[in-house]
Design a protein around this ligand. Structure first.
Ligand code: SF4
Ligand code: SF4
Length: 474
């Protein structure tokens, strides 16, 4: 057991990009300075929150989550856990600290954090009403072109040979900046997508330059990512993206025949050799990619192998559940099979984390560090623009009628309102109206919380060992 004397609470953080994060990551509570709670005094009796989720992570660490709060789940060491346990019935912090014999100052500051994280509440029932966190960034999805050199089975992009003009791209950036200022947001995130955006690399460069200048003038943080199929990546492209701080999200659905089946070349043929070449190129140049797989009925079985490769490389992998908006329902994975395969991935991830590998892959829309009443930020702080002035609240609706689209808060959905995972799941993608993945979310969210917490626990342990090792070395 480690660090018994100082109680510690560490909020779960998100790692990795997601190509259909749908702006949800920008709502991350971990990006905000935590609000000071004025509901804490050493004498005011507190109680453990009812319905608290708790999981023993081993090695003296525990995961806690209050399903009714917008705070991220927290990792607690054993001293912190002992303190939380002292509040099974109403008791003042002062008395609890005396009972446990833990140091006063550190314990008081931990208990204040535990109140903010929703683990403890005032025993008189006077909890403050909590507002969902505001988004931090506005996310702009720029479909630079509807053209592509692949012909993916599930592609939802309109089949038109159209690309954006530079003027359209710049106007989209202007619109986004005006919108984010109106909403009081601090950052702009641009996702360069398509079609295949590297077919329009000069356009990407021009819009990037413009966005960079505008962000500087407006004193905004700018984050950019290019979502590519990887087949056109060359040394020069990578060098430019790396130099400009533009992240790369590479789509890959598997390491076997499933990649060619789901993501064939437009003229026919397997795209896998070209994608593997891009991965090798990145590796040889010290670049890091974010990987993104679309989870369908055709590639489920190969996903553990892909997850293994991602963890070997040390690259984040997003496993995005397929939404039938282009490929038909035959590609929808059977929920039972999906759960089985993801349990297998979970076992593998645990093993690899134990070997010091990581990060753990991301589970669909689930951002453990960003509890929110919405499944996505589509139409809230996430907007998509495409060629010919196409505009939609979600990239899957570009070029389609989106008048009726509006994600609604999960608490308004009778299917979800009592679910323990509602602020992590948000009810799932609003384009899938039958909660097709509900069973999978219910089964896999607790497993994934544990995996993410384990990954963070390993990092904390390593970070603590490093100074000791350096000291011994010196
Ligand atoms: S879709 Fe299912 S898992 Fe998600 S919030 Fe609703 S009930 Fe919970
Ligand atoms: S509607 Fe679905 S696909 Fe569209 S932004 Fe929301 S979660 Fe993503």
């Amino acid at each position: 057991m480690e660090n018994l004397e100082i109680p510690a609470l560490i909020p779960l953080t998100d790692e990795g990009e997601q190509d259909c994060a749908c702006g949800r990551e920008s709502a991350s509570a971990s990006l905000f300075p935590s609000k000071e709670s004025n509901q804490f005094s050493l004498l005011m009796p507190l109680n453990q929150s009812s319905g608290l989720y708790r999981k023993d992570l081993g090695h003296g660490w525990f995961l806690f989550h209050n399903p009714s709060k917008f705070s991220p789940p927290s990792i607690l060491n054993s001293s912190a856990c002992t303190l939380v346990d002292a509040f099974q019935s109403p008791i003042s912090p002062e008395r609890a600290i005396q009972m446990t014999g833990l140091p006063l100052e550190a314990s008081a500051s931990f208990l204040k954090e535990a109140v903010q994280a929703g683990l403890l509440v005032p025993a008189d029932g006077s909890s403050e009403l909590e507002e969902p966190p505001n988004p931090y960034a506005l996310t702009l999805w720029l479909a630079l072109t509807f053209n592509c050199n692949l012909s993916c089975r599930y592609c939802y992009v309109p089949s038109m040979p159209l690309s954006m003009t530079e003027g359209e791209g710049k106007r989209a950036v202007d619109w986004a900046i005006a919108k984010l200022k109106e909403q009081g947001l601090k950052a702009l995130k641009i996702k360069y997508a398509g079609g295949e955006p590297l077919l329009c690399f000069d356009l990407l460069k021009a819009i990037h330059e413009y966005a960079q200048r505008k962000a500087w003038e407006e004193d905004l943080e700018l984050r950019e990512v290019v979502l590519t199929n990887g087949t056109l990546l060359e040394h020069e492209t990578l060098a430019f993206l790396r130099g400009e701080g533009i992240a790369v999200m590479l789509s890959i659905d598997g390491l076997g025949s499933e990649q060619g089946l789901l993501r064939p070349l437009a003229g026919g043929g397997d795209s896998l050799p070209l994608v593997l070449r891009a991965i090798e190129l990145a590796q040889s140049e010290g670049s890091k990619f974010f990987l993104s797989a679309t989870v369908t009925s055709l590639n489920l079985e190969g996903l553990p192998k892909l997850a293994d490769l991602a963890m070997d490389l040390g690259w984040p992998l997003s496993l995005n559940f397929y939404r039938p908006n282009g490929g038909g329902v035959a590609l929808l994975p059977n929920p039972g099979q999906l759960i089985e395969v993801f349990r297998e991935i979970g076992e593998l991830v645990k093993e690899r984390l134990g070997q010091g590998k990581g990060p753990a892959p991301n589970l669909d829309l689930i951002h453990p560090a960003s509890p929110s009443p919405y499944p996505c930020q589509g139409g809230i702080s996430f907007f998509a623009f495409g060629p010919g002035g196409a505009f939609a609240p979600c990239p899957m609706l570009l070029g389609k009628s989106s008048a009726s689209f509006k994600p609604s808060p999960v608490d308004e959905d009778p299917h979800c309102w009592a679910c323990s995972w509602r602020y992590l799941c948000g009810g799932g993608c609003p384009l899938l109206r039958d909660h097709h993945y509900c069973q999978a979310y219910r089964e896999l969210i607790p497993l994934w919380l544990e995996l993410k917490a384990q990954a963070q626990r390993v990092m904390i342990t390593l970070a603590r060992r490093l100074p000791r090792a350096l000291h011994a070395f010196a």
